[in-house]
Design a protein around this ligand. Structure first.
Ligand SMILES: [Zn+2]
Length: 493
């Protein structure tokens, strides 16, 4: 058997570089990432983490790993409850709206949808069962108000991931907004103990679930332990999240899971660093919690945002700046111009569709042609792939791509195959003429309409295709169809 080419990543748990490999004989790589709390727009710091995870997942897929990727939706906590109450709508209606908006942002940023996206409110029974198991095993206790707490002193290994010293800890925040629940009056044994189940309070209104301890709702940490176990089993291969989740959230996930199963919860911890904006920490008070919507409002494309957020190494703080975003936009233009030029060297050019060169329709190779076994044998872009395989070094990969493109005078089929797979991994549609057209950025809504029109045309729904062509024309864009694709041109009308 040929040993599979592997990805190596830094493991926060062992503080070492380690090869990523499935832990179970079925060969499936089990990945869990903490998802968003759906109460507002996710900010670009959140998206940095999701984008890094997306590139890792794409790399693993392109290399032939079989991956099951689960990312949860936190749809009940203080913030979602307050949000729903503030608008006098149900929690479900409130979180559905913000989940849809989150999905829209992910799609715009070309983040692949997870294989499963479990919601906390749809897994209350699993969470209750886990809390019951923890009580049974002596790791948790019920307080007089009907809350349930995890007893930290029952788990001496607590802190092994982040290295925190329990003796030095401040009282644990009980929710993911940092608010400390003052439950001590109800008999919490230690201020370090954290909530597994929160008894219903008057201000929660009609938002509660029945449990063996009375009305209430789950604490935040328990959902990840319960849902990862349901969808991925007792031990998962890789768990991702922002570095801010390392403590207490991930420590608590470990404590909950390992005390129930007696088995290791996670084999590899994958944490990405913080994002700063213009050299400052992102915070509500500084008003710099930038969202994708903010940046699009300033005229930047989602693709440029993706590129900018991926331009630093995941283990280093990324300083997000508007000059960096401008640089990302111009880097993308340069890349496309270079690729268009190289396509010309094999006789396939976006501007010259009438003269079909030999194999013209073979360029670019489609996504389904990314054959993992071939990646190991890459001739042109081996250094770029190598950078990704070695601790997901995206900035180094991009540097290699530029230097390869700059020294290449003429390309062949193999070159384009490799280029296609590298940009699939980076999540950038480098061959798509809709990302930029003649150096102009195409707004996302226009690109989406154009894609819908193309699909309608492929399905021989010509009436719909024509209708969409009119809509696009009204927005200032003409569609130019060619062999195997289309282009968009400003019509200046
Ligand atoms: Zn989590």
């Amino acid at each position: 058997m040929v040993a599979m080419d592997t990805v190596r990543l830094y493991n926060t748990g062992t503080r070492q570089m380690e090869a990523i490999a499935p832990g179970q004989p079925d060969g499936l790589l089990r990945i869990y990432c903490c998802g968003p709390t759906v109460y507002h727009y996710a900010h670009i710091g959140n998206f940095r983490t999701f984008l890094i995870q997306d590139v890792l997942r794409r790399l693993l897929l392109a290399m032939g790993y079989r991956v099951r990727f689960i990312r949860n939706i936190t749809d009940v906590d203080d913030k979602t409850i307050r949000g729903a109450q503030g608008e006098h709508i149900s929690l479900g209606a409130f979180t559905r709206r913000w989940t849809d908006i989150f999905h829209g942002d992910c799609d715009a940023l070309n983040i692949l949808r997870p294989d499963g996206e479990p919601k906390a409110t749809e897994h209350i029974a699993e969470q209750i069962a886990m809390v019951e198991a923890l009580i049974r095993k002596g790791h948790a206790y019920v307080t007089s108000d009907g809350s349930v707490y995890f007893r930290l002193s029952s788990y001496p290994a607590y802190g092994k991931l982040s290295g925190v010293d329990v003796g030095q800890l401040a009282p644990q925040a009980n929710d993911n907004d940092g608010a400390v629940n003052l439950a001590d009056e109800y008999g919490r044994d230690s201020v370090h103990d954290f909530a597994l189940w929160k008894a219903h309070k008057e201000e929660d209104g009609d938002i509660f679930w029945e449990s063996p301890w009375g009305k209430g709702r789950p604490g935040w940490h328990i959902e990840c332990s319960a849902m990862s176990m349901k969808y991925l089993g007792e031990t998962i291969d890789l768990h991702g999240g922002g570095i801010d989740l390392c403590f207490p959230h991930h420590e608590n996930e470990i404590a909950q899971a390992e005390c129930v199963t007696g088995k290791p919860f996670v084999r590899h911890w994958f944490h990405s660093e913080h994002l700063q904006v213009e050299g400052q920490k992102m915070s509500k008070s500084l008003g710099n919690l930038l969202t994708l919507l903010d940046l699009k409002g300033k005229g930047y494309t989602s693709e440029a945002v993706r590129y900018a957020l991926l331009s630093g190494h995941y283990r280093q703080i990324l300083n997000f700046t508007f000059s960096g975003l401008d640089a990302a936009q111009s880097a993308l233009h340069k890349l496309r111009a270079k690729v268009v030029h190289l396509r010309g060297t094999v006789g396939w050019s976006a501007t010259d569709r009438s003269t079909a060169a030999p194999d013209a329709t073979d360029y670019p190779p489609s996504q389904t042609e990314i054959i993992p076994q071939k990646i190991a044998a890459y001739r042109h872009f081996a250094a770029a792939i190598e950078a990704l395989k070695n601790d997901l070094n995206i900035p180094k990969c991009l540097g290699e791509i530029f230097s390869i493109l700059n020294r290449t005078a003429a390309a062949d089929r193999q070159f384009f195959e490799e280029l296609r797979s590298i940009f699939f991994i980076l999540g950038i549609e480098i061959f798509s003429d809709t990302g930029t057209s003649q150096g102009q950025s195409v707004p996302d809504d226009v690109a989406k309409l154009a894609a819908q029109r193309w699909e309608a045309k492929q399905n021989k729904n010509f009436a719909e295709a024509d209708r969409l062509r009119q809509v696009l024309a009204g927005k200032g864009w003409d569609v130019v169809d060619g062999k195997g694709g289309y282009d968009l041109e400003r019509n200046n009308r």
